[in-house]
Design a protein around this ligand. Sequence first.
Ligand code: SAM
Ligand code: SF4
Ligand code: F3S
Length: 460
Amino acid sequence: MAENQRTPQECLLAWSEDYKIRSGHRPLAYIHSYGCQQNVSDGEKIKGSLSKIGYDFTDNTDEAQLILLNTCAVRENAEDRVFGNIGGMKHLKEKNRELVIGVCGCMAQQKHIADKIKDAYRQVDLVFGTFAYNDLYAMLWEVISKRIRIFNLSENSFEISEDFLQLRDDKIRAFIPIMYGCNNFCTYCIVPYVRGRERSRRPEAVINEVKALVDRGYKEITLLGQNVNSYSYGFPALLRKLNEIPGNFRIRFMSSHPKDATEELIDTIIECEKVCTHLHLPVQAGSDRILKAMNRRYTTADYLKIIEYARSKDPDFSFTTDLIVGFPGETYEEFCMTKELIKKVKYDNIYSFVYSRRKGTRAAEMEDNISDKQKGLWLRELLLEQREITSEWLGRFVGKTVTILAEGEGRTAPDYITGKTDENIIVEVKADKKYIGEFIKVRITKAMNWALEGELENNL
Ligand code: SAM
Ligand code: SF4
Ligand code: F3S
């Protein structure tokens, strides 16, 4: 068949076979995903597509024929890290003329970033955003066969392709996107600009994927979305359907936007035994004025109402949250309201970030007169407060027996393994490594400020 009649996939397969004959091994790809689990999941799909055309994978950029950085744009330091890494790859291109270097994901979806790469990082051959995964073969073949640079920032694909092979690194836990994009436009956040509007996967597709993973032995499924509560086909209904799937596994999900978190969601979590009694409910700030400026569309009173409802049903209900310190115009008094809020809620853990100005967002235009140094000090203050809360609040588990999913080797000592409770709390336990990948029962003996420690009871 003539070259121009073959699909890009067929051309790439023929190329990789030729490469194997020339070099004695399959071409190697180095794929690195930064940022959130959504990005990690996209990275696994990219790996699946590359494996179909004959690539193997490596952790060493020196031996790769393809380097792809799947990037995150949520904060400036994430972007700086990527530019640093691309800068350091110039010499690889000088050593290996056939090497293809690509940048994809959220950062690559922004025009000013693509322009910067075009002008200042000539070692990069391929730049594509979060909508272009379906075109991967066509783009890669153009680069390899014609040695031209490709920049694809199209936003055209609103269809969800279910036709992806996903190569997962983890054999126990799997992340499954149930929806893509975000409609909320919180004023500080770049995600709606780089991920487009919300679109939900059909429940049957999600259910079939979960069933297949459980059949393959996966023990923990985490459903992903920027706001799973606005899943088009009804999120509590989806949880109930997944809960009916037979098998020994647990279900988690993230994130939940507080404006859409309902009592029905809490009831569903409590009633479905496979759904973990843990809610990651990002509050972002403890001052109503700042929440309004962030366009979060709830007040602290609305937020506390849902916490109180959950704790009235289950006093140990676990919450974690995201917090931003130093939003433009935030005063020290307003920051202190965030500290008050975390004391009231008693989170098991918080993920807190210094505000980072994102070009193109509404907050980027707001006056911001607090120095980064000052914001860094506030962040430290917040973390110290949370450390005390965690060590005290984790005390509620001491003397109780909990079920954990053992995930890997422990930090405490070489003969320890580590895992997480239903509430997503780390437990360190002295036990044989053969339990890794299994649910085990542990009697909690000690609460630390980052984890629990316990003794193995009996295997489930
Ligand atoms: N969709 C999720 C939600 O609204 O709960 C959040 C997803 S975002 C990828 C993860 C977290 O990053 C946010 O909850 C927020 O705390 C933080 N974040 C987002 N934009 C930020 C910015 N410009 N500066 C600092 N932190 C930011
Ligand atoms: Fe960003 Fe807000 Fe959307 Fe979360 S809900 S991704 S913080 S815009
Ligand atoms: Fe995730 Fe970062 Fe994009 S947090 S959605 S990878 S901007």
